[in-house]
Write a protein of this length. Structure first.
Length: 102
């Protein structure tokens, strides 16, 4: 009923050997693609960080400009007049003198 066939055994060894080779190649391809995807994600994150850094530098430069602009007293006085403020007069100042308890 069952008999030994050496040719089938040789075919099974051939199949196992090459199927193992194919599986290893598939694993290598998957690892290679995954690694490239990770590198691409890192490049995109880096590009986003560089753009954000550029925006922050421009914003910082604008804020430094505004600070320097507001250090000029004539500009501060002009802004105060625009907002309805006036210069302090002698009558506007109230001096409170505290008598010493001695």
């Amino acid at each position: 009923m069952f008999r030994y066939r050496p040719d089938i055994e040789a075919e099974n060894g051939f199949f196992v050997k090459y199927s193992l080779f194919v599986m290893i190649m598939i694993i290598l391809v998957v690892v290679y693609v995954w690694q490239n995807v990770e590198v691409l994600k890192m490049k995109i994150a880096y590009a986003d960080a560089v753009e954000k850094q550029k925006r922050i530098i421009v914003s910082n430069d604008y804020l430094v400009y505004e600070i320097e602009k507001l250090k000029r007293i004539d500009l501060v006085e002009a802004i105060a007049v625009e907002n309805g403020l006036t210069e302090v007069q002698y009558d506007d100042v109230v001096v409170i003198r505290k008598e010493s308890s001695e």
